[in-house]
Design a protein around this ligand. Sequence first.
Ligand SMILES: C[S@@+](CC[C@H](N)C(=O)[O-])C[C@H]1O[C@@H](n2cnc3c(N)ncnc32)[C@H](O)[C@@H]1O
Length: 263
Amino acid sequence: MAHDHDHLIELLDLDAEVMHEYFRDLIGWVGREAPDRPHVVDLGAGSGTGSLALARQLPGSTVTAVDVSPEMLAHLRSRAGTAGLGDRIRTVEADLDQPWPDLGPTDVIWAAASMHHMADPGKAVASAFSALRPGGLLVIVELGSFPRFLAGTPDEDVELRGHAAMAKRRDEAGMHMHEDWGTRIKHAGFTSVTERRVDIDLRPPLPPAATRYAEISLGRMLHALNEQLSPPDLAALDKIIASLPGRHDLGVRTQRTIWLARR
Ligand SMILES: C[S@@+](CC[C@H](N)C(=O)[O-])C[C@H]1O[C@@H](n2cnc3c(N)ncnc32)[C@H](O)[C@@H]1O
């Protein structure tokens, strides 16, 4: 289990590193919309990518990183300390499916790849509305599609079957991957909602971080789908993962949607 956690932490760290242009633009956009010296709350902060980037982007800001996982928060604290941001980033361990802890007056709520985990999306967005000061900013980032590394290669079909099986698993687990967050946000009372869809398409050759990102992503897929994929597909995926470090045909294709709204 700890092993799984370590891989998830590394995967989350690599996500922003590999897609650094998209991420830099997104953080820049939020930075331009945020007030001076804001209190930022990072919901489902994970390994801390958003917390650290926002703390850097917004001088004088303080960040409260909330997550249910103590392992994630420990990693986040260590990263913040190394980056010299330990005095501006605090962590709060909380299950956001329960009544939210009092986070103090909040100017920006950032929720990246975390809202789909909430048991009741409508309630989560309403809680975000209540937690924000009037004029405060809500930013939700969600994955329209998980990264594909093998598009246009002979291994594309196996990866596609893997993604289809993973999507089925997520639906069965009750994750809210197909939620209309824009409508939810408006219903909660937010006044202006901007939706931006970003298609990411990184072509080979890619830096070593992208190969590692592919290795962890496909490794997690293989591990998760032990029962769901056919034996030939499992064997093929295993072989593909072993071949990744020597390959020069990997790309990264994924889609992210961002909703930015004001209370
Ligand atoms: C896919 S990760 C995203 C992490 C980070 N926001 C990022 O963009 O890299 C989702 C995070 O949400 C957290 N999470 C899931 N359900 C939660 C809940 N009910 N309360 C608080 N955190 C939760 C998980 O522990 C995990 O760290």
